[in-house]
Ligand binder design. Structure first.
Ligand SMILES: [Zn+2]
Ligand SMILES: [Zn+2]
Length: 134
């Protein structure tokens, strides 16, 4: 699926080709901290399926428990996380942050990963009070 996206302030925009099997929620503790939220929703691209149209994201390199280096990118102006990818040259897959995708209403996650660190309340929001606008 072809998608387009942008950060909140619009300094960064992109287009991408998604892997239809690559939609997931990540409950890892790094995603909780880096997203500032309870979990992160990710859309994986096909190999080299990401094209920056405008702007230059800032890069923070995260080193995982395995020693793997991952680029975490975000807009230096508004702070929106944009994507993560391997910190190396060559063909790469990009994990786009679903909240920046224009077509996000059409995307539904297929799986939850790092489930062992999931916050318990995330599994059922149906009994919370529902207010149309805050
Ligand atoms: Zn921005
Ligand atoms: Zn994660």
């Amino acid at each position: 699926m072809k998608i387009s996206g942008k950060c909140h302030c619009g300094e960064i925009s992109y287009e991408a080709e998604l892997d239809p099997n690559g939609l997931a929620i990540c409950h890892c503790t790094d995603c909780q901290t880096l997203s500032g939220s309870a979990y992160r929703t990710i859309a994986r691209t096909v190999v080299d399926g990401f094209k920056l149209l405008k702007g230059e994201p800032k890069i923070y390199v995260k080193i995982g428990d395995s020693g793997a280096r991952r680029q975490q990118t975000f807009c230096g102006d508004c702070g929106s996380p944009v994507y993560a990818t391997a910190d190396e040259d060559g063909p790469r897959v990009y994990n786009i942050r679903v909240g920046t995708i224009d077509q996000r209403s059409e995307l539904k996650p297929l799986r939850q990963v790092w489930f062992r660190s999931a916050q318990n309340w995330t599994q059922d929001l149906s009994d919370l009070d529902k207010i149309e606008k805050s």
